[in-house]
Design a protein around this ligand. Structure first.
Ligand code: SF4
Length: 251
């Protein structure tokens, strides 16, 4: 269930307080998750959404972090100073956690740029974080009328719209990204979504074809009859490319 959104503040915790963030995983080095930067990715446990294609079902249930989980991450970050440029907070949905701002603040204090992966379901929390963020990857789940069906939760379009508007007005570098599963999309819907984002002012967009090896909803693991071919998708991406500064197809 989506938690009621309360705002949060990066100055909420002392830098000496132990944090209890539930860490679900760490990618120690990547060039893919924060475009143009050598970064690590910290995955936080818990997500209020239930996308059928979700390939991390084990990451969805929220929990309170154990003492020491974040301390281990912070020790890792201290050792990577000067080697990594950035730290990306991902999930799950990282803005679910009230202690995220303090973790962001600590990563900044260690000299890292900070990136955030979010589905934008908590816009007030996103707004509170914006002054500390260097880059955001915003999941755009679908057209307004399709979002609730795709994420398996009602009422998700308005907060997402709000988050997109915040980012468009923030001056912060960000990328919209859409995971496309052909149970949720057809080429025309994808075209309309991309053109809508371009019209609103999004300049960086990534279309990511869903991985189907392990899905929250088993039906998403099965082939979709009539799904577009790779060449049809690539042709659409070529057609859309002039509308963006950067349009990436990840497959
Ligand atoms: S794919 Fe959907 S359900 Fe899975 S972590 Fe991302 S937002 Fe949550």
């Amino acid at each position: 269930m989506l938690t009621t959104e309360s705002s949060f503040s990066p100055s909420a915790g002392s830098t000496q307080d132990p944090l209890r963030l539930p860490v679900a995983g760490l990618t120690p080095m990547t060039t893919l998750d924060y475009p143009g930067h050598l970064a690590c990715v910290i995955f936080l446990q818990g997500c209020p959404l239930r996308c059928g294609y979700c390939h991390n079902p084990g990451m969805l249930a929220s929990r309170r972090g154990e003492l020491g989980e974040w301390a281990e991450i912070e020790a890792f970050l201290r050792k990577r100073r000067g080697l990594l440029e950035g730290v990306v907070f991902s999930g799950g949905e990282p803005t679910l956690h009230a202690e995220l701002p303090t973790a962001v603040e600590r990563a900044k204090a260690l000299g890292f740029k900070v990136g955030l992966h979010t589905a934008g379901v908590y816009p007030r929390r996103l707004r509170a974080l914006l002054p500390w963020l260097d880059w955001v990857g915003l999941d755009v789940k679908g057209l307004t009328d399709d979002i609730d069906r795709i994420v398996g939760r009602r009422g998700m379009a308005p907060p997402h719209e709000h988050s997109l508007a915040l980012l468009l007005n923030s001056g912060i570098a960000f990328e919209c990204r859409t995971t496309v599963h052909w149970r949720d999309f057809d080429l025309e819907r994808l075209r309309r979504l991309a053109l809508d984002l371009a019209e609103r002012g999004a300049t960086h967009y990534a279309i990511q074809l869903a991985r189907t090896g392990q899905c929250l909803d088993a039906r998403y693991a099965a082939p979709v009859p009539g799904a577009p071919t790779t060449s049809e998708v690539e042709a659409l991406v070529s057609e859309l490319r002039p509308n963006f500064q950067r349009l990436t197809l990840r497959q």
